[in-house]
Design a protein around this ligand. Structure first.
Ligand code: AMP
Length: 214
């Protein structure tokens, strides 16, 4: 099952990807998570990526394409994968298509999770992330038991630089300009399935399962 999860920042791609990993036993490949890990470790990639990420801009295509190309070669991707946050531009989608073709495989489904802008702003502004384990909470929808403290590991919760209001608006603009064209791109290929992303996590997951399995 080779699958892409498409959707604006805050649409719940990461949350749904994790549930899909449990059900389908294929890995989640989140370029955002890979880049954040590199930033944390201060590798050369991380140092380069950070300047783009903090401003809500996209990391250059050749950098992320290289990351994904390597990741897809790992043995755990043999039975499929869930791409979360990649591709984000048409050139990335084209590079992915070429890579998969060379591996004699191809995308089975592209699920586009749809959420309107007002809802996205509300969701992203309240997001808090654990500095130690990366778990995510939300001040309104999923608050931690103790303010500022991670329920899972006791680590400190913080607001990612790219979850601050100014950066959120920049990220949504980048999505509209550079990523939203992928909806038409994959629709033309007959791969796109739109999923209404407003509602509870379980409700949205049911819609995803139905889209994949029917
Ligand atoms: P995310 O967690 O998916 O929202 O990603 C966080 C940030 O990482 C984005 O705002 C970008 O700066 C960068 N990033 C993640 N995935 C990509 C990608 N496919 N192409 C370019 N930049 C990316």
């Amino acid at each position: 099952m080779d699958l892409i999860l498409l959707g604006p920042p805050g649409s719940g791609k990461g949350t749904q990807a994790k549930k899909m990993v449990e059900r389908y036993h294929v890995p989640q490949i989140s370029t955002g998570d890979i880049l954040r890990a590199a930033v944390k470790e201060k590798t050369r990639l991380g140092v380069e990526a950070k300047q783009y990420m903090d401003q809500g801009r996209l990391v250059p295509d050749e950098v992320v394409v290289g990351i994904v190309r390597d990741r897809l070669k790992a043995p755990d991707c043999t039975g499929g994968f869930i791409l979360d946050g990649f591709p984000r531009t048409v050139p990335q989608a084209e590079a992915l298509g070429a890579t998969l073709q060379a591996m004699h495989r191809g995308i089975d489904h592209v699920l586009s999770i749809e959420v309107d802008k007002e809802e996205l702003l509300k969701r992203l502004g309240g997001r808090r992330t654990c500095r130690s384990c990366g778990a995510m909470f939300h001040l309104i929808f999923d608050p931690p038991k103790k303010e500022g403290v991670c329920d899972t590991c006791g680590g400190e919760l913080y607001q990612r630089a790219d979850d601050q209001e100014k950066t959120i608006r920049a990220r949504l603009k980048v999505y509209d300009e550079q990523t939203a064209p992928l909806i038409a791109y994959y629709r033309e290929k007959g791969l796109l399935r739109a999923i209404d992303g407003v509602g509870g996590v379980e409700e949205i997951f049911r819609k995803i399962v139905k889209a994949i399995e029917e």
